[in-house]
Ligand binder design. Structure first.
Ligand code: DSN
Length: 415
């Protein structure tokens, strides 16, 4: 296949090869990224990309669905089993679509929703003002406690009682601590609100038993499938039986056309992988690596929001280091360490150059790194901070990073 690509489209072949080398030769700390298995990759690039399958198994609009029906049913069954949910919809193209579909399955435009503010670690689609979710709903946003960097559930409850939202969203994109989904469920119930939980970042940890599940406490759970869960790019919704029909109808025909069957087949593969004891070990190692990385960074004098981590994610507050988040992310990238700048709670800096850096350990754990390697990553990060304006020192660190990366092969190979 690759030889065909090489012959027919040498420019794209060459670019994919370069991206493959970039992924191999750098330390990937983007908290939302991972490396899928060769099996997931193979299913993603299959003939299923050629098939339209509007509808759901057993009720499609086009013929030729004898295989797609089996594949989608397998994906749904594996998802419900893995997460102990009544129902799964595996068709959503992305987390943003899944979140909007969850809200529109339960409430109407104009109703009040309550989610975590973006600068405090929430997602755009949790009601942030520039997102459609902040425009078509009346959005109230809760924050983390600025002094602890953690949720103050009493404050969230107080806000809920004040604004009486119809729907409360739990979940985050930059929250380094365990989320008490039971508390969110209780708060939602106390004000008569629905509870939607977005576990995009931690789905793999939940599947692997390294984070409590929101499934018993939420009406609908949404997740992307490619972060800690280590599947293809996409998203799914899990819900209680009573919402199954509404969720399916909202996704198709409400918001989407034909599902991407190549993605759904790859998701079925990933869900089978995530059901194995080895994946449970992987999920727990992600957290061990994050804790080791966090502890070493703090030894080097880095300040971490909330003083550490319980999950895959670390949020560094760089103000004491007097380095802007954007600059740090850029210089780390020059040294072969890829992370993203991020706001920190109560950030005085503008969002395009925030005070923080977000990191995650899902991808390095997939490469086989353990605590000692995570500590070495912290040492590289510290060296970069200490040589932030020294180009030759950064180039030398990059060489060391390259040698380090060669010890940890990726699961898939571009040949
Ligand atoms: N872009 C994802 C993340 O990095 O968390 C969320 O959409």
């Amino acid at each position: 296949m690759t030889t065909i690509l090489q012959r027919s489209n040498p420019d794209i072949y060459e670019l994919i090869g370069r991206e493959d080398a970039r992924q191999k030769n750098s330390i990937r700390l983007i908290a939302s990224e991972n490396y899928v298995s060769a099996a997931v990759m193979a299913a993603t690039g299959s003939c299923l990309t050629n098939k339209y399958a509007e509808g759901y198994p057993g009720k499609r609009y086009y013929q030729g669905q004898e295989i797609t029906d089996i594949i989608e049913t397998l994906a749904r069954d594996r998802a419900t089993k893995l997460f102990s949910a009544d129902h799964a919809n595996v068709q959503t193209y992305s987390g943003s679509v899944a979140n909007l579909a969850a809200y529109l399955s339960l409430i109407e435009p104009g109703d009040t929703i309550m989610g975590l503010a973006l600068p405090d670690g929430g997602h755009l689609t949790h009601g942030w003002k520039v997102s459609i979710t902040g425009k078509i709903f009346n959005s109230v946003q809760y924050s983390v406690d600025a002094s602890t960097g953690r949720f103050d559930y009493d404050q969230i409850e107080k806000l809920a009682k004040e604004h009486k939202p119809k729907l409360i969203i739990s979940g985050a994109t930059a929250y380094p601590r365990q989320i008490d989904f039971e508390a969110f469920g209780r708060i939602a119930k106390s004000v008569g609100a629905y509870h939607v939980s977005d576990i995009a970042h931690i789905a793999g940890l939940v599947a692997g038993g390294a984070h409590p599940s929101p499934v018993p406490f939420a009406d609908i759970v949404t997740t992307t499938t490619h972060k800690t869960l280590r599947g293809p790019r996409g998203a799914m919704l899990l819900c209680k039986e009573e919402y199954a029909k509404k969720v399916d109808k909202t996704v198709f025909p409400g918001m989407q056309g034909g599902p991407h069957m190549h993605t759904i087949s790859a998701l079925a593969v990933a869900l089978a992988e995530a059901s194995t004891p080895a994946f449970g070990e992987y999920a727990k190692q992600i957290v061990k690596n994050a804790k080791a990385l966090a502890a070493k960074l703090m030894e080097y004098g880095f300040e971490l929001v909330s003083g550490g981590t319980d999950n895959h994610l670390i949020l560094m507050d760089l103000r004491n280091k007097k380095i802007g988040g954007k600059k740090f992310a850029q210089v780390l990238d020059l040294a072969g360490i890829v992370a993203n700048c991020n706001t920190v709670p109560n950030d005085p800096a503008p969002p395009f150059n925030p005070s923080g850096l977000r990191m995650g350990t899902a991808a390095i754990t997939t490469r086989g790194m353990k605590e000692t390697a995570a500590e070495q990553v912290a040492a590289f990060i510290n060296q970069v901070a200490e040589n932030i304006d020294n180009e030759s020192a950064i180039a030398k660190i990059k060489e060391e990073v390259l040698a380090f990366c060669s010890q940890f092969p990726l699961p898939q190979q571009f040949v």
